[in-house]
Write a protein of this length. Structure first.
Ligand code: FPP
Length: 258
């Protein structure tokens, strides 16, 4: 693991507002590798090595929850060798970092369907989730075999199994059955690699997230890029469908705008 030396990290900018929950679509590993004449698996490896220092920087800023899209339900359609390389990187990430993350008070959680994951990854994830479950310094959600729509479908199936009557099917009832139950929604969703879409990631939870798209390829994402994303976030005015404070006289609470 290539960990960025602390001495080369730029000074931490002071921000007046910091997102509590940041979600990241780590895109661009393939192009990063291609640009160096390497194979896609090398790109994913470099991408995996990017995670720890980036996480460190978000932690220094006070971000409490970090959610990473490691492998989507659609990624099964990639060539077998690439799928295997990504899943093994998930395993290696846990093997390499579990002790250190646990000592740092990080709670690891998994988002997605564990059942379809190979035993070598499923077992690691279960162990890591169990071992770190009472940690409270930071939450790291690893989304492996995750799809936003599948998350909602599973929540609805659970509602039905729980015998919830239609009148009690509320947003809260659904949210409490999603993979992110108990966590705040992402405030900031970052996608690297120059594409501007969310690709079935956290489709329910990211409704009011601020979106930040950058051309930087994921393996090139560093403390500077973390800072740039957070500075941009701190400049955004979040309105949640309301008008800027000070502009309203009185409001009908049930109404909302875009
Ligand atoms: C998208 O880049 C990236 C992925 C589908 C996999 C992301 C996986 C990792 C960073 C490593 C393992 C993850 C963890 C959490 C340990 P792409 O392949 O679509 O890139 P491209 O658009 O340049 O082809």
């Amino acid at each position: 693991m290539v960990v960025e030396p602390a001495l080369t990290a730029p000074p931490l900018p002071r921000l007046h507002v910091v997102p509590q929950h940041v979600a990241i679509i780590m895109d661009g590993n393939g192009r990063w590798a291609q640009g160096r004449g390497l194979g896609r698996a090398d790109g994913h490896r470099a991408g995996a090595e990017t995670i720890r220092p980036v996480m460190e920087r978000f932690g220094q800023h006070g971000v409490e929850v970090l959610t990473l899209f490691g492998f989507s339900t659609e990624n099964w359609g990639r060539p077998r060798t690439e799928v295997q390389s990504i899943l093994k990187l998930g395993r290696d990430f846990i093997d390499t970092h579990l002790d250190e993350l646990d000592e740092a008070g990080v709670q690891l959680r998994h988002l997605g369907d564990l059942d379809r994951l190979p035993g070598f990854l499923r077992g690691r994830v279960e162990k890591a989730v169990e071992r770190t479950s009472s940690n409270s310094k930071m939450v790291l959600n690893l989304a492996f075999n995750y799809g936003g729509r599948a998350d909602i479908v599973e929540a609805v199936q659970q509602l039905i199994r729980d015998g919830v009557p239609p009148a009690e099917v509320t947003e809260e009832a659904i949210a409490s059955r999603l993979a992110t139950a108990g966590l705040s929604d992402p405030d900031l969703l970052i996608r690297t690699g120059g594409e501007a879409r969310i690709s079935n990631f956290l489709v329910w939870q990211a409704t009011y997230a601020e979106y930040y798209f950058t051309d930087t390829l994921w393996p090139d994402f560093r403390a500077e890029q973390v800072d740039a994303a957070l500075v941009e976030f701190s400049r955004r005015q979040r309105r949640f469908g309301l008008v800027p404070s000070g502009d309203d006289e009185d409001s009908l609470s049930a109404e909302s705008g875009a």
